[in-house]
Ligand binder design. Sequence first.
Ligand SMILES: Nc1nc2c(ncn2[C@@H]2O[C@H](COP(=O)(O)OP(=O)(O)OP(=O)(O)O)[C@@H](O)[C@H]2O)c(=O)[nH]1
Ligand SMILES: [Mg+2]
Length: 225
Amino acid sequence: MEGGEVARCADVQIHMEEREITVKVVYYGPALSGKTTNLQQLHGLIDPGARGKMVTLDTSDDRTLYFDFLPIEFGTQNGFSVKLKLFTVPGQVMHKSTRKVVLAGADAVAFIADSQRSGAGANAYSWRDMEANLKSNGIDFEAVPKVVQFNKRDLPNVKPLQEIRKAWGDVPTFPAVAIRGEGVIETFRELLRLVYRSIDERHAFAQNFGVSEDDFLKGVFHSFE
Ligand SMILES: Nc1nc2c(ncn2[C@@H]2O[C@H](COP(=O)(O)OP(=O)(O)OP(=O)(O)O)[C@@H](O)[C@H]2O)c(=O)[nH]1
Ligand SMILES: [Mg+2]
């Protein structure tokens, strides 16, 4: 590929000349499942040198109105620049068209589910809504890297993890109490790992650019190793 050309594959942008990659990650899920809380916790937990300012567009009662946005940026060992753009969608059913817009160009999705048994219907509705919105944005639903977080494990009447894992099969699932920061990093780290592998498969990231999986993850997580 010529210098300056932009490779777009499942929308991950690799700028060859600038040695830069931009990845869009969307936190999706039903209303009140904890998407905004996940981003707030990430903002507090990750390396302050890597993260930018978090932007939140919500109503007076803290419900996301349009989206939250958290930019993360770091350099790899050999000078490759990685830009991660994290978004949340508004979960309330009425914001359907906004969710579709926010999901456009997503390279990976973290689906935040409510673990309470009473949340099962809303989780299922939101998962189907995500599938439809990915497809209508021209994104391959099967191939896009995705993880599922079962949040609010601190509440009574939650679905047992064994039951969850059986139901979700191959999709990586993580228990969380996002309000306390538990499971937030684990969810994000696995999603980034899947993103790296999907880029590496298509662009031989390690071979062509000298960016290893460790190198890619270290920019965000080195303080947790
Ligand atoms: N008990 C408990 N409450 C939580 C947890 N995570 C988030 N919450 C609370 O659940 C409520 C909704 O959290 P948000 O992060 O705003 O949910 P959201 O998914 O962004 O909601 P929308 O923006 O409406 O889609 C808030 O009051 C949070 O404090 C958790 O792990 N346990
Ligand atoms: Mg929100």
